[in-house]
Design a binder for this molecule. Structure first.
Ligand code: 57M
Length: 359
């Protein structure tokens, strides 16, 4: 909104020319999102406590997790509020990618909200069934795919890191590829969100990496110089990624150990979903695997554990899945696990950015 309100006035007030620049709006969008979450969250926490809407802890969890019973959850509602308001304030609202990213964010957030609400209503950690969640997620992906490829006529060619000359055209199969990216990243964040601050910092790292990737992808000279596909609408996603990072830091203020609030599935699914959508829209899906390696590790640890458990009639590879619980049961304190996973995510974020020069 500010872009549409103030930039046209730059003819009379030169200062307002700054509203044209993505870098300016990226910084202030991020700060706006941080402040919106920072100032709103205490009221949300108070509201959830007054209604006794607290987390129900799973039985099979590590013993010390039971001390967290009753911690307010669904803090993702405040993240969604901060991101949505900040995006509407600072982005160019004529950019279709901004609306498509917001749609994905809210669609996955709605699925997570349903899951959280059912858990609270039933008083058990039993929300949507895995199958129901997957069907709803795929429905959201289908709408995302139809808008992106059939209304916006987006290219179905796939861009690979390191190999600038290889271009694969997936055609209709991009629907399934997009499904893997969006549902994979959404569930990856969801599974990772099992310790205080564990999911939100790696998410902020990925948001930072994709802030840079969106900027260079939407800038024709940088895209040509780096041999990456130039995507005209991608530039505004720089601001959306920075806003996501700012909102994430606002949430971290309250989710850091000992957490005063959990994000809930409404937060984890929406954050993972929008990040997957942005990766598809700027044609940098594979770098999500590198930058989001913590989420990939956690999801794979579950797949390996559950698969091996079923194959061997109850044997385990890890002491417990996801991976963060394995280290907890090995005797690492919660904060030790969390900070070490943060370090890994920062290194992986830097590696992801380095691939831009290795092509
Ligand atoms: C998502 N949710 C946390 C909170 C958060 C197949 C199986 C691996 C699935 C998996 C599962 O159910 N995962 C669900 C993880 C939960 O957090 C809530 O969920 C939201 C995110 N979706 O926002 O609302 C618990 O995590 C803890 N937490 C914190 N701080 C935070 O900031 O301490 C969360 C955020 C919260 C709180 O205790 O209650 C979760 O872990 O459920 N299942 C599991 O992850 C279980 N693992 C398991 O069953 N492993 C078996 C299987 C694979 C054979 C095995 O390895 O033998 C673990 N779940 C829990 N504790 N709660 C077991 C340990």
């Amino acid at each position: 909104m500010f872009y549409h309100l103030f930039y046209p006035l730059s003819e009379w007030i030169t200062l307002f020319n700054v509203f044209k620049y993505i870098t300016f709006r990226m910084i202030y969008g991020s700060i706006t999102a941080f402040l919106l979450v920072y100032f709103t969250m205490p009221y949300f926490i108070r509201f959830m406590r007054s209604r006794q809407f607290g987390q129900i802890i799973r039985e099979e969890g590590p013993a010390h997790h039971h001390a967290k019973t009753g911690t307010p959850t669904m803090g993702g509602v405040v993240i969604i509020f901060g991101v949505t308001v900040s995006t509407l304030l600072w982005c160019n609202l004529f950019n279709p990618f901004v609306w498509l990213a917001l749609f994905t964010f809210l669609a996955f957030g709605f699925i997570g909200f349903l899951d959280d609400y059912l858990k609270l209503k039933r008083g058990k950690n039993l929300g949507l069934k895995a199958r129901e969640k997957l069907i709803l997620q795929f429905l959201a992906v289908l709408i995302f795919y139809l808008i992106l490829f059939h209304i916006l006529n987006f290219s179905t060619t796939l861009n690979l890191p390191f190999f600038k000359r290889i271009v694969l055209d997936l055609g209709i199969f991009y629907l399934f590829f997009a499904g893997i990216v969006l549902i994979g990243s959404s569930n990856g964040v969801n599974l990772t969100d099992g310790l205080d601050g564990l999911a939100i910092v790696p998410f902020c790292v990925v948001a930072g990496v994709y802030t840079v990737l969106s900027y260079v992808t939407g800038h024709i000279k940088f895209a040509q110089y780096l041999y990456i596909p130039y995507v005209p609408y991608a530039g505004e996603l720089t601001i959306v990624c920075a806003i996501l990072g700012g909102a994430g830091l606002g949430f971290l203020w309250y989710n850091s150990h000992p957490a005063e609030v959990f994000m809930g599935d409404v937060g984890s699914l929406s954050l993972g979903g929008i990040m997957g959508a942005i990766a598809v829209m700027i044609k940098q899906e594979f770098l999500l695997v590198i930058a989001g390696a913590v989420f990939v590790m956690e999801a794979f640890s579950v797949m390996l554990q559950v698969g091996y458990f079923k194959l061997t009639g109850g044997k385990r590879i890890f002491r417990m899945a996801p991976l963060h619980h394995h280290f907890e049961l090995k005797g690492w304190k919660e904060n030790k696990v969390v900070v070490r996973f943060w370090i890994i995510s920062i290194i992986c974020g830097l590696l992801a950015l380095s691939t831009l020069k290795i092509r």
